[in-house]
Every structure is written in structure tokens, then in C-alpha cells.
Design a protein around this ligand. Structure first.
Ligand SMILES: CC(C)(COP(=O)(O)OP(=O)(O)OC[C@H]1O[C@@H](n2cnc3c(N)ncnc32)[C@H](O)[C@@H]1OP(=O)(O)O)[C@@H](O)C(=O)NCCC(=O)NCCS
Length: 460
């Protein structure tokens, strides 16, 4: 099965909201000027009382959303609690944590139960971390640190092998063991110049429009996604995830939200969701752009068929995409400059919660020998140790080799390299891994290499 980066997604993906952050920053927005760290929070002196970190009750979820939305400043609030005060359709049981000071909820973190596809095809239990925020009145006092510690320990206890998130700023999560494991590009396709190459196979399969207000539509999308999303880095979209997506589409786009599916009824293998960018006055503008929110393809035919469909939508002058770093779209066009890359971004921040299980779950390239990796994990200490990785798998060694391990690093760096999306040689150039020699690095990169590059394409 040919996998186009599975899903590509534009629009809200902040750990909780929109694009690019477990907070929501416009693509390309710069982190606040000045040194990272303490300067950011107002210095209102010591917090009155000690902080209490604990799981939240379902009835406290609305308060969590207020803390999160206040911390994120600009994020559209969704009516999660319109039908029931606990918002059960949009939260997974027992995964919300809060930081309380003087009995007031001032910090939050949450996760959606999910899976992560790893090289070789296995899907690992995964915590999709979201809704992370601390009120500006209480930042830089260690509340996030305490929330992360509680959440990571809890996720591991409930059997999650990995956790991932989308970061609002790139300077927050490495300290908690997260590393950048996948990257994405955003790009725009100029319809006036974009023609599919005549050599592109399978571009004439059946495409039909579905009613975004129909339950059956979203049930079909969930089925197609589940069967299409096998590329390393793909993550599970739970029922909660789909509920949030559907509500967001209804609130933000109203009826200007379109869904096209590829494949004969009963044999659908891909879909695209899109809406006009800035709908106000859209038809009267010269530049009429469309945001492609989801481009899920389970076959070459679906990729070519849906692309042909999008390039054929009249009135549209520009298509905005978010795509895997190595997506073939530009090569499928007669003029590959009809697609302009507008930004490259860190996508998946990956935290290995159970290092032995995670290393053993993925496959590695054969015939390139073995490498030993000494890993240090300050937060989840029992992950620390020495592991041997070869084409026949990975396992923890009772002791590090007498001559020392080939590579020495920390769990955040291992998280970055784990899916094969960030190379060991790149991490070594950054001084994040000590290697016995160049040969050890080359062996590690050959063992972990995957093609195509890993990619999630699912905002959360
Ligand atoms: C990011 C945020 C949750 C941090 O909460 P916090 O309680 O201030 O974090 P902590 O006090 O535990 O900070 C831990 C460390 O991270 C650093 N840090 C935390 N947030 C940082 C940021 N945004 N920029 C730079 N450094 C940051 C702190 O300086 C501290 O560093 P130190 O260990 O070297 O002293 C909070 O600032 C916030 O809500 N920001 C806006 C919303 C947001 O971006 N949420 C995250 C969405 S992905």
C-alpha cells in the first residue's frame, strides 16, 4: 500500500487547539524575544500557597479549558460542554491533570488515548498530550514541570509506551524528554500553473462529495483513516478526536466545509477535507485560497485521484497544504514550481515512556551490523541503561560493554532519532550524542533509516 504521508492536516493542532502548538501560534511566529525561561512570567513574587498537582474530576474539565484558553491567549473556544457538563465526548477518562494554588486551578495538561505507528507496522499505545497551559500569573514556578512529571508517570502506568505533542514553542519540552521525531512542510499550490503529469498513474478513480453534517460521513472518514494510516509516525484518531474535529469544523467553517472521498462505495481509500481560507468576501477576491485540512490517501490512486479533484475545483486560485517533508506532490506536477514551500516545521515531539518496549517494537534495517546505545532518562529513571540494536531487533543489555557503548545519549535525543526522521549524525553534530566513532554513527543511521520519512499529519 502506497502511503502518502497518510494524512496531512492544516488548521488547529496546538496541544489542544490549532496548528503548531500545544498552544496556538501562527505558522512561522517567532518565540518571544529575549532569553528563554524565567523572564516570561510576570514577577508577582512567591506563590501564596504550595501547589497541589492531581487528576481532575470530569466536572473540572470546563475549568481546565478556561485555564488552557487563557494561557494560549488566542484560541477559539469550542462548546464542549453544551450537551453535558463533563464534555465526555471530547475527553478521555482520567487523563486530565491540574495544578492548584490556594485551591484555584492555575495549570493544566491532558492527553487523548491513541496509538503511534512505528517502522515495521506495529501500533504502540500512545498518549497524545494536549491542553497544556499555566496561567500567566503563575508561570516559571515549576508548575508545568510538576504537571509533566505526573502526566508521564501516569501515562506509563496506564500502559502507554510513547507520548507525543505539538509544541507552541521549541524551547519547552526537551527538558521533559521530548525530541523532534517528525517534520512537516507547509506549501501552497498555484492552481493556474499546476497540472498533473500525464505519467501519474491512477488519477481517474471515482471521487464523490459527502455531506459534512451526516454522521455516516464521519464514520466513513474514521474507517478510511484507520485502514490508510500505516506510515511510521501516524497516530490513532479516537472517537474523541473525531468529535473534536467535527465540532471545530462546524463551529469554525459552518457550511463552508467540504469533504470529498476517493473510491467506489464500500471501497473508499482516501479523502480530503477543505474550506475557504478567510471566507469573508472570498468570491470577490483575486486570491481565493483553500485550506486543505485533511489529505488522507491509502493508495497511489487515491493520492492522484484526490489531487486531480482539488486541482479541478473552479474559482480556487491557491491550495494550502501541510505535507510530509518528502511528499511527492511537487514531482507529480508538470511544473514543480507550481508548489511553493512556505515553511518547514517541527511536527511530532516524541517522548519514549517505556524505552525497552519502544525499541523492541520497531524494526531495523538488516545487514548493517549492531550498535549499542547508552541512554540516560532523568525523569523516568528505569529507562536508563544500555541497549543493543541490530537488524534482528533491540534489547536492553544487563551491563554496558566494558569498552563503553557505541553511542551515549539522553532519552530526548533517542526520541528524536527513534522513528528514523531525525538522523543520528545530525544529533551528533549538535553534540547531543557521544559516538565511539563515525562508523558507529553510520551504522546507527542505517539501522534506524526509514523511507518515506515518518509523519503524523493529525492535529490535536
Ligand atoms: C509553557 C508553560 C506551560 C510553562 O509553564 P511554567 O509553569 O512556567 O513552566 P515551569 O516553571 O515548570 O518551567 C520549567 C522550565 O521551562 C522553562 N520554560 C517554560 N516555559 C518556557 C517558555 N515558554 N519559554 C522558555 N522557557 C520556558 C522555565 O524557564 C523553566 O526553566 P528552568 O528549568 O531552566 O528553570 C506556560 O508558560 C504557558 O502556559 N505558556 C502559554 C501557553 C503554552 O504555550 N502552552 C504550551 C502549549 S504546547
Amino acid at each position: 500500500m502506497m502511503m502518502a504521508g497518510g494524512a496531512t492536516a492544516l488548521g488547529p493542532t496546538v496541544a489542544g487547539s490549532g496548528r503548531r502548538s500545544a498552544g496556538s501560534a501562527e505558522p512561522g511566529a517567532q518565540p518571544p524575544a529575549g532569553p528563554p525561561g524565567p523572564a516570561a512570567g510576570p514577577d508577582s513574587g512567591p506563590v501564596a500557597g504550595p501547589a497541589e498537582i492531581r487528576p481532575l474530576e470530569p466536572a473540572e474539565r470546563a475549568a481546565l479549558m478556561r485555564v488552557f484558553e487563557t494561557a494560549l491567549v488566542s484560541i477559539p473556544s469550542l462548546p464542549f460542554f453544551a450537551e453535558d457538563q463533563t464534555g465526555a465526548a471530547y475527553f478521555h477518562e482520567g487523563r486530565q491533570f491540574g495544578a492548584f494554588v490556594d485551591g484555584q486551578l492555575v495549570g493544566s495538561t491532558d492527553s487523548l488515548a491513541s496509538w503511534l505507528a512505528v517502522p515495521g507496522g506495529r501500533r504502540l499505545p500512545h498518549a497524545a498530550v494536549t491542553r497544556v497551559g499555566v496561567l500567566p500569573t503563575h508561570t516559571r514556578r515549576g508548575l508545568l514541570t510538576a504537571l509533566m512529571r505526573a502526566q508521564l508517570t501516569d501515562a506509563r502506568t496506564r500502559g502507554d509506551v510513547v507520548a507525543t505533542l505539538r509544541a507552541s514553542e521549541a524551547v519547552i519540552y526537551e527538558r521533559f524528554g521530548y525530541g523532534v521525531a517528525t517534520r512537516a512542510v507547509t506549501g501552497e499550490v498555484l492552481r493556474s500553473r499546476a497540472r498533473l503529469r500525464p505519467t501519474v498513474a491512477g488519477a481517474h478513480g471515482p471521487v464523490r462529495l459527502l455531506d459534512p453534517s451526516a454522521d455516516s460521513t464521519w464514520e466513513l472518514l474514521a474507517r478510511v483513516y484507520e485502514s490508510a494510516a500505516h506510515q511510521p509516525g501516524a497516530i490513532g484518531r479516537s472517537e474523541r478526536w473525531w468529535n473534536i474535529r467535527r465540532l471545530r469544523a462546524a463551529v469554525e467553517a459552518g457550511n463552508e466545509h467540504y469533504i470529498a472521498v476517493h473510491g467506489a462505495p464500500g471501497a473508499e481509500d482516501g479523502f480530503v477535507r477543505y474550506q475557504p481560507e478567510a471566507p469573508q468576501g472570498w468570491r470577490h477576491r483575486e486570491d481565493r485560497a483553500v485550506d486543505v485540512h485533511d489529505f488522507v490517501v491509502g493508495s497511489q490512486q487515491a493520492r492522484a485521484g484526490l489531487l486531480r479533484y482539488l486541482l479541478g475545483v473552479d474559482l480556487v486560485t491557491r491550495l494550502n497544504f501541510e505535507l510530509p517533508f518528502d511528499d511527492p506532490l511537487p514531482f507529480m506536477l508538470t511544473d514543480q514550481r507550481a508548489m511553493k514551500i512556505t515553511a518547514t516545521e517541527d511536527e511530532t515531539w516524541l517522548r519514549l515512556l517505556d524505552v525497552p518496549a519502544a525499541l523492541a517494537a520497531r524494526t531495523y534495517r538488516d545487514g548493517v551490523g549492531a550498535v549499542t546505545i547508552e541512554v540516560v532518562d532523568e525523569l523516568l529513571a528505569d529507562n536508563s541503561g544500555c541497549y543493543e540494536v541490530s537488524g534482528s531487533g533491540a534489547a536492553r543489555l544487563p551491563d554496558a560493554p566494558a569498552t563503553g557503548a557505541d553511542l551515549q545519549t539522553d532519552v530526548a535525543t533517542l526520541g528524536a532519532a527513534y522513528l528514523g526522521g531525525t538522523r543520528w549524525w545530525q544529533l551528533a553534530a549538535a553534540g547531543r550524542v557521544q559516538a565511539r566513532d563515525q562508523a558507529a554513527l553510520t551504522r546507527a543511521d542505517e539501522l534506524f533509516r526509514v523511507d518515506p520519512l515518518p509523519y503524523a499529519g493529525t492535529p490535536f
